[in-house]
Design a protein around this ligand. Sequence first.
Ligand SMILES: Nc1ncnc2c1ncn2[C@@H]1O[C@H](COP(=O)(O)OP(=O)(O)OP(=O)(O)O)[C@@H](O)[C@H]1O
Length: 312
Amino acid sequence: MAPIVEIEHLTKKFGSRVVVDDVSFVVQPGTILGLLGPNGAGKSTVINMIVGLLRKTAGEVRLFGQVAEGNQELRKRIGMVPQELALYYDLSAEENVRYFGGLYGLRGKALKSATEDALKLVGLWERKKDKPATFSGGMQRRLNIAMGIVHQPEFVIMDEPTVGIDPQSRNYIMETIEQMRRDGKTLIYTSHYMEEVERLADTIVIIDQGKVIATGTEPELVNLVTAQKNILITVANPQAVILADIKQQPGVIKASLTATQLLITVTVESNDLNQLLLTLIQQSVVVNSVDQQQIDLETVFLNLTGRNLRDK
Ligand SMILES: Nc1ncnc2c1ncn2[C@@H]1O[C@H](COP(=O)(O)OP(=O)(O)OP(=O)(O)O)[C@@H](O)[C@H]1O
């Protein structure tokens, strides 16, 4: 079976600014691809080019094995849940979903049952007569999802569906997506929350400043950095720290200081904590605590880019 999505060398420029730079990846049927990157990385731009909402500058998008450009029929096989809510506030939840189903050509009984299925999937069937203005932010997001998937597409793209919502609604959305996977759907899920991507994605594409910086399963990505580990040292007098000395110690790959926290990346085999502490003591640095950071996707991102995935 052909991949559901094949993207090759996809590039987007706004004026002279390159915001998506030579991005390539593949999404296999029945899998979830997590597109992970910080705000402004280019995630929305990539998916807007996949669904044809935005013209690409270069590269190619194939959907279901066919060239996507200019192929309107393929659009009907995709469900798009945009980052911005697209609700009609003077219509009920049910009317909102029915309206979108109608746009996709559903009529009569088929439209009625598809609307019911979509509202049940997101847990809003009991509230079908209510208007979105009476909903919490999380419920509005869930309604947005129902509208994007009412035509029962085999491939669904969700652009940061959990931004700014309460943990309960977030969990509900995670469970909805897991149900969609069990139903055999294929998904692209964009997020800057690594916990969500870790939970949901079969394949993870990490994107930063428009470029793919790593692709793989979670263990594959973690393997990229297991030869290293991060030591986090909290100090009382950061002004005493001499970074240049620390960087010269054996096994130290890099070291940086933010406020009272010293982050030192060392190779696993030549890791010598005593030597590092001795260096700090010689600098008259007062050490408050020493921690080792767990290797997760946040650490992978930090190691590959030198920056945090999210602002701390
Ligand atoms: N129409 C546009 N004109 C000019 N620049 C744009 C346009 N749309 C997006 N950009 C820029 O492209 C970059 C990538 O934006 P994009 O929305 O794709 O990022 P993102 O990863 O989805 O982040 P976010 O989570 O903030 O939406 C940003 O710097 C943004 O300012």
